[in-house]
Every structure is written in structure tokens, then in C-alpha cells.
Design a binder for this molecule. Structure first.
Ligand SMILES: C[S@@+](CC[C@H](N)C(=O)[O-])C[C@H]1O[C@@H](n2cnc3c(N)ncnc32)[C@H](O)[C@@H]1O
Length: 249
């Protein structure tokens, strides 16, 4: 799935997302895993909210996404912030190809759920394992099965705002562990309407752990991605801190 017109409204309708707090937590987890600086690669970077924060914090940043429209927004923000050091790669993260290894991989805000099924997630984990420094850290989140089946379900959300309205419709396919998301944006300024549809896929925790294991990755810490407390049966987003299998630290 690649965001298209919705990209231009991603930040607009995402204003409730607390990237500052998420970023601080990611830094804390990275340190806990032994990475304090170096090269960070943000996978499925979207409009670059994390990438810019990493840049400010002194990391060498590589931001990867395959959506032209998301990257257009990122380029505009990079120019505006004069953060030209950020290296931007247009790539499918399941086919990631890099010149060297990185110290820290991140992949947030349900990007892993956007990949088309378990095979694609496995490919991503393999690539991370391949291009991560032996002592590197991988931090990613995932919407849980609980969230898809109990919160997102077949819900409809309407966001009414000054510049644009957004109609968000979920359709759950529980047998297939996926939810179809249909978005319609009414751009009031341009007088245009855009529609996009994509799927989010979800997994049982055991399945994710098996996939990580197959790629030689081991979970060092797993917490609730919203409260940052211990996970429980009603956790809506997992936040994983993962290292390579052979590492003990
Ligand atoms: C929900 S957004 C999250 C963006 C960003 N990580 C954030 O925290 O705001 C998901 C992003 O993943 C990107 N994406 C999805 N599948 C991808 C793939 N296979 N390769 C590269 N980018 C992908 C989309 O284009 C989109 O920008």
C-alpha cells in the first residue's frame, strides 16, 4: 500500500500523534539496547517526523519510504527546516538495499501492519537483520490483534476540520487477520474529493516472535506502545526493542 493524495493530509489529520513522547521513548530503548548515536534508518518514514527529531539529536539519518507523495511532503519539510543532512531513499522496505550497515533501525506508526502479509514482514525482518550492525538495535511497533478486532473493527470515524474533512471506514476481515481501511478526503480549498483504500494486516504475538526468530532477531524488550507499560490482553500497539540473536548485551 502506498499513500497517495492522503499523504498531503497525513500531518493535518495526525495532529494528535505525540511524536515527541514516542521519540523520547525510542531514544531510551535504543540506549538500553546499547545504541546512543551513529546511523539511524527510519523505515516507512512517511512525512519524516521521527527522522527530523533524530537529525536534531545528532544521528546520521537515512529515511526510507516508497510513496512519492509521502516523500514529497518530507522533501518540503526538509527544505523548510534546512535539514539537508537527512538522506532520503525511495525504496520498498521489504526489498531494502543499502551501502552499509546501520546502528539503529526504526519502523513506527503501524508501518509493519501496512506490509502485505506475513511474507512481506518476514522479508523486512530479514533485511533489517542483514543491514544492522552486530550490536545494533531495531525498534518497531505494531497494532495488535486486540485493537483490530475490538477497537478498529468496522468503525467509522469522521474528522471535520476547517481545510478538509476526512471520512474513515474500517472493514474487518477477521478470518484473514486484516482490516480494509477506506479513506475519503474532502479538500475544501481545492474543492476536490479523494478516495484511497488499503489493508492493515495483524498477527498474533507468537507469530511475530517466530518471524523475528527466523530472521535471527531476538526481543530484548516488549512494551505497550501507547502507555509504555507492560503489555496486557488489551494492549492496542506493541513496541518492540530487538537485537541480533548472537548478541548477549
Ligand atoms: C502509517 S504511515 C507511518 C509513517 C511514519 N513511520 C510515522 O511514524 O508517521 C506508513 C508509511 O509506511 C510506508 N510504507 C508502507 N509500506 C511500505 C513499503 N513496503 N516500503 C516502503 N514504505 C512503505 C507508507 O508509504 C507510509 O508512509
Amino acid at each position: 500500500m502506498s499513500y497517495k493524495e492522503f499523504s498531503y493530509f497525513y500531518d493535518y489529520f495526525n495532529y494528535n500523534a505525540d511524536y515527541d513522547t514516542l521519540f523520547e521513548k525510542i531514544l531510551e530503548l535504543a540506549k538500553e539496547g546499547g545504541v546512543k548515536n551513529g546511523i539511524v534508518c527510519d523505515l516507512g518514514c512517511g512525512t519524516g517526523e521521527l527522522a527530523f527529531r533524530f537529525n536534531d539529536a545528532g544521528f546520521d539519518v537515512i529515511a526510507v519510504d516508497y510513496s512519492d507523495e509521502m516523500l514529497d511532503v518530507l522533501f518540503d519539510k526538509r527544505d523548510e527546516l534546512e535539514a539537508y543532512e537527512i538522506q532520503i531513499l525511495k525504496q520498498d522496505i521489504t526489498q531494502l538495499d543499502m551501502f552499509g550497515t546501520v546502528d539503529l533501525f526504526t519502523c513506527t506508526f503501524d508501518t509493519v501492519n501496512h506490509l502485505e502479509g506475513a511474507g512481506a514482514v518476514q522479508q523486512l525482518f530479514d533485511k533489517v537483520s542483514l543491514f544492522m550492525e552486530p550490536k545494533g538495535v531495531f525498534i518497531f511497533d505494531m497494532n495488535t490483534r486486540y485493537k483490530h478486532e475490538n477497537i478498529l473493527k468496522n468503525e467509522v470515524f469522521d474528522f471535520i476540520d476547517e481545510e478538509a474533512d476526512c471520512h474513515w471506514q474500517n472493514t474487518l476481515f477477521a478470518d484473514d487477520y486484516k482490516t480494509k481501511i477506506s479513506i475519503t478526503i474532502n479538500d475544501k480549498h481545492a474543492g476536490k474529493e479523494y478516495s484511497e483504500e488499503f489493508f492493515e494486516y495483524y498477527y498474533d504475538l507468537e507469530t511475530v516472535l517466530e518471524m523475528l526468530n527466523k530472521s535471527g532477531l531476538k526481543v530484548k524488550k516488549l512494551i505497550d506502545g501507547e502507555t509504555f507499560a507492560e503489555i496486557n490482553g488489551e494492549t492496542q500497539r506493541y513496541l518492540f526493542m530487538v537485537k541480533k540473536e548472537q548478541e548477549n548485551g
